[in-house]
Design a protein around this ligand. Structure first.
Ligand code: GRF
Length: 213
């Protein structure tokens, strides 16, 4: 049984998708938010999951916050930490401590559109395909080895919100898939590439286009 800690900052819909997926041989042992008013905390409680808040407001600098968060996470001895809408950049020491077992969901097809406001920027840039990425976290923001991506079309009529909703649907699908692969010990990091070991006759592509929009 692999233990998972999820970090959130707000709504928590990716966290909820993971809770609902009920990945075999995995147990979500805690949900930690850096915001006391994150709506996702209530959802986690309703699932009977232990929750905690570690707020940057309570610490005098970034490093002290990172240390407190790392300590709180370590208390649960997780095999995997999932950043599911966690909107705070983590420092080098924090990332080094958990490297290889720290996963993030990002709402763009990396390496395009790292950082914030990805949907607005995708529309402005005129790309015809946008999407989302689950990747391992490394010290450089949104640049770690890519585990899985999903693409959606960008329509002429899209507003950032409409595009975000289309992408979010895919986020909810690929995050549980990435976690499942991790729990099955199928992910092997090789430089910037993540190889997905085939443990059955069936092959699951790590770049998945939805059948319809
Ligand atoms: C998601 O789009 C995630 O990719 C991004 O922030 C959003 C969080 O949504 N980093 P939620 O809290 O999972 O609903």
């Amino acid at each position: 049984m692999k233990k998972i800690v999820i970090l959130i900052s707000g709504r928590g819909s990716n966290m909820q998708a993971l809770l609902k997926a009920n990945v075999a041989n995995a147990r979500i042992v805690a949900v930690i938010s850096n915001k006391a008013d994150a709506a996702g905390l209530k959802i986690a409680e309703n699932f009977g999951i232990e929750t905690a808040v570690v707020s940057q407001k309570d610490f005098k600098n970034r490093n002290d916050f990172d240390c407190a968060l790392a300590k709180k996470i370590a208390h649960f001895s997780p095999d995997l930490i999932v950043l599911a809408g966690f909107m705070r950049i983590l420092g080098k020491d924090f990332v080094a401590r958990f490297e290889g077992r720290l996963m993030n969901i990002h709402p763009s097809l990396l390496p395009s559109f790292t950082g914030l406001n990805t949907h607005e920027r995708a529309i402005e840039a005129g790309v015809k395909i946008h999407g989302c990425t689950v990747h391992f976290v490394t010290p450089e923001l949104d640049c770690g080895p890519i585990i899985i991506q999903a693409a959606v079309p960008v329509l002429d009529s899209d507003s950032p919100d409409a595009l975000a909703a289309r992408v979010l649907k895919e986020e909810h699908r690929i995050l549980p898939q990435a976690v499942t692969w991790f729990v099955e010990n199928r992910l092997k990091i090789n430089g910037l590439r993540v190889e997905i070991a085939d443990n059955s006759a069936e092959k699951t592509p790590s770049s998945v286009f939805p059948r319809s929009t």
